[in-house]
Design a protein around this ligand. Structure first.
Ligand code: FDA
Length: 319
């Protein structure tokens, strides 16, 4: 029999993909603002100005930031073009404010779910624009069915521009080979454990073996002296890497999602390590909120507290 925790996780994952439920929440005058209060723990806000304001606060405290306009699996060209326009404006505003930081996104937000060539053209447009402002783009990694297409597009672009990096998922078996190839390019590599449910023939589950594999990839990147980002909230893994003195190297950064373990990243930042906060914004926060709750059902308690609180959550959140 499944434990209540597992049942909650499954329910949240299916709620995340349930468009009818999402529409019902978004159209409800009562529920929408309540859920938005819970989402604000993990997203800077619904508009760009919210994200820039939180980013400036974090930068003032010596964190780096990676901004994302949330969205994925966009199947209408117009929506993709709107997303590209938003990213272009974000880059402009960051440039005007001299925020030489990172912009992250899913290629399926800018055309990959329609056609690979559309995603390539949009990415080229973004990377050229970002390059003029000294901004780095970081491509996220999506379901394994898209890995080949994402890597192909990334490799074509990074051969021309060096202000772009790529995310790889330690849980995929193929990543061992992909890494060997990706280090031939200059772009930063962000290592995550992997967020998507994949068949056991392709990926490992959360386990000690996966943690060892994660460490093994980090060891290799250290040895190759390649720029990379350690994107995890796993305290035991972080302690292990700290003991190995990896965080003193200038090519290494630690990156965590906004609202997840701010206490942990703060303690690392105070030790002088290079720490970055991944800061999403936008109206498509419903799916993002469900994912954060499903990853750690204890977050449900926080969500209830946030929803019932009479005041808005302080965006500083202890960073
Ligand atoms: P793990 O899931 O094993 O958790 C370890 C510990 O971290 C937990 O025991 C808990 O203490 C803490 N923790 C983890 N999640 C938490 C939560 N939601 N709330 C509270 N505590 C939590 N994935 C992907 O497939 N493609 C991508 O492009 C990206 N991009 C990305 C960027 C950045 C900056 C980060 C930090 C993560 C991603 N991810 C991602 C997500 C990643 O794959 C992974 O699903 C999450 O980071 C959770 O995994 P952990 O490494 O934290 O370990």
């Amino acid at each position: 029999m499944k434990k209540p925790q597992e049942l909650v996780m499954e329910a949240l994952k299916s709620a995340a993909r349930n468009n009818q439920m999402k529409d019902a929440f978004q159209q409800s005058k009562e529920l929408y603002p309540l859920l938005l209060k819970a989402a604000k723990r993990y997203v800077a806000g619904e508009v760009r100005a919210d994200a820039i304001a939180v980013a400036e606060n974090l930068l003032a405290k010596d964190y780096q930031v990676s901004l994302e306009f949330i969205g994925e699996n966009t199947v209408h060209l117009e929506e993709c073009q709107k997303a590209v326009k938003e990213f272009m404006t974000l880059i402009d505003e960051m440039g005007t404010l001299s925020l030489k930081q990172t912009v992250s996104f899913d290629l399926s937000h800018i055309g990959l779910s329609i056609d690979k060539e559309i995603a390539y053209k949009h990415l080229l447009q973004l990377v050229q624009h970002a390059n003029t402002h000294g901004i780095i783009l970081m491509v996220s990694m999506e379901e394994s069915s898209k890995t080949d297409a994402i890597l192909d597009i990334y490799k074509k672009i990074t051969a021309q521009y060096d202000n772009i990096g790529i995310t790889v998922q330690a849980h995929l078996y193929r990543t061992e080979m992909d890494l060997q190839e990706l280090v031939q390019y200059p772009g930063k590599i962000r290592i995550v454990k992997g967020a998507f449910q994949e068949p056991s023939t392709m990926a490992m589950e959360r386990s000690e073996a996966l943690n060892r594999r994660y460490l093994q990839f980090i060891d290799q990147l250290i040895k190759w002296n390649h720029p990379f980002s350690i994107a995890t909230h796993d305290e035991a893994l972080i302690q292990e890497m700290e003991q190995r003195h990896y965080f003193h190297q200038s090519n290494v950064e630690i990156e965590m999602l906004y609202g997840i373990r701010p206490d942990l990243i703060r303690s690392l930042q105070r030790k002088g390590y290079n720490c970055k906060v991944y800061l999403p914004y936008g109206q498509e926060w419903y799916l993002y909120l469900c994912h954060r709750l499903a990853e750690n059902p204890e977050n449900l308690y926080l969500a209830v507290t946030d929803m019932l609180s009479t005041s808005l959550l302080d965006s500083n959140q202890g960073y």
